[in-house]
Design a protein around this ligand. Structure first.
Ligand code: ADP
Ligand code: MG
Length: 329
């Protein structure tokens, strides 16, 4: 392959990479043929839809060049699994396109270790990929399964639905800020940025319950805005109910600024809508899964997103996204 492809890795190094990726993740009966041939052969069960998403992480843009390779491996699979979760799909397979500046054994081993641990947890088999030389970049396509017609899309929110979010918001952005400033970063906060936990169990449990769902990669305001636009509705958020970790709560209070939890990236929590009569089912689901789920607002028939501050002030955003929002606004 290397003779035919001048940007390919030397054969010995390619073999090394194949060693790390040829048997990654649990074996699955629905993989008829995985890594090693021209293509993978996969069996989608009758009555199921194939659910696909792809994401690229570029060194220096989506992660720091010196980031722990294990964390890079974890995150490169995690962001795709978060997309599958947001549709209510069960993860099944992944493909990986890896571009490396040089064949660095230790880096690839660490990367495969982080990727592999998450693949085991969510029963994802790596079934193929591509390996090339160039600036460090990772593209992962994830494939999930869901009963035909059961996917939770963005367009189903209805006036009166309650709006929920999982976990806490703004932690990853706070960690990123601290790392950029060279300030010490608490390990738990750093993990929120570098090793996000995809909310797969929550997403799949919400089938038949949530009317619309999205994963939060660009901040609650912008991402909820996608649900509102797709559903042709508006919403009202009570800022006092937005779930915050103690670290983010302290920053929001001292800055009098809600940018961290409302319009920062990389939370990878789920935001979903559901009729109020499902609230008790959702609460018991949260308790069973050990993941907090909080009601942050409700869907309104009028377009626009209204934010109510704890002090009672309110601000209506006409556009989905915004650059800055201050509690005093
Ligand atoms: P081709 O020349 O047909 O594209 P390659 O030499 O690129 O084949 O790859 C050979 C096999 O190794 C294929 O099955 C491919 O899916 C797999 N593969 C290559 N790189 C990776 C990778 N980074 N992760 C997983 N599988 C890979
Ligand atoms: Mg190839």
């Amino acid at each position: 392959m290397n003779q035919e492809n001048p940007v390919g890795l030397p054969q010995s190094e390619f073999d090394l990479i194949r060693r790390f990726f040829a048997d990654l993740g649990p074996t699955r009966a629905d993989v008829l043929l995985g890594v090693g041939d021209d293509c993978a052969l996969l069996e989608v069960p009758a009555g199921q839809s194939l659910v696909i998403s792809i994401d690229t992480l570029v060194a220096g843009t989506h992660f720091f060049h010196d980031c722990d390779p294990e964390a890079v491996g974890h995150k490169s699979l995690s962001v795709g699994l978060s997309d599958l979760a947001a549709m209510g799909a069960a993860p099944a397979w992944a493909t990986l396109a890896l571009t490396l500046p040089r064949p660095d054994h230790d880096w690839v081993e660490g990367f495969a270790c982080g990727f592999g641990a998450l693949a085991e947890t969510y029963r994802v088999r790596l079934v193929g990929g591509d390996t090339t030389r160039g600036p460090l970049s990772i593209t992962v396509q994830v494939h999930g399964l869901i009963r035909a017609g059961a996917a939770i899309r963005r367009h189903g929110a209805r006036p009166g639905d309650l709006i929920w979010v999982s976990g806490t918001l703004g932690d990853a952005a706070l960690a990123l800020e601290a790392i950029r400033q060279g300030a010490p970063v608490d390990a738990g906060l750093r993990a929120r940025l570098e090793r996000p936990v995809p909310r797969v169990e929550v997403g799949t449990a919400l089938r038949g319950i949530a009317t619309a769902m999205i994963d939060l990669s660009d901040g609650l305001a912008a991402d909820l805005g996608h649900i509102l636009a797709a559903s042709g509705v508006g919403a009202e958020i009570d800022l006092a109910d937005v779930p915050l970790s103690p670290a983010v709560a302290t920053e929001v209070a001292s800055r009098a600024d809600w940018t961290l939890p409302l319009s920062s990236g990389d939370d990878y929590e789920l935001c979903f809508c559901a009729p109020p009569e499902h609230a008790s089912v959702i609460r018991s689901l949260a308790a069973g899964l050990g993941c907090s789920l909080s009601i942050v607002g409700r869907i309104r028939p009028e377009p626009g997103l209204t934010l109510r501050s704890p002090e009672g002030a309110s601000l209506t955003m006409k556009r989905a996204g915004y650059d800055h929002f201050s509690a005093g606004a």
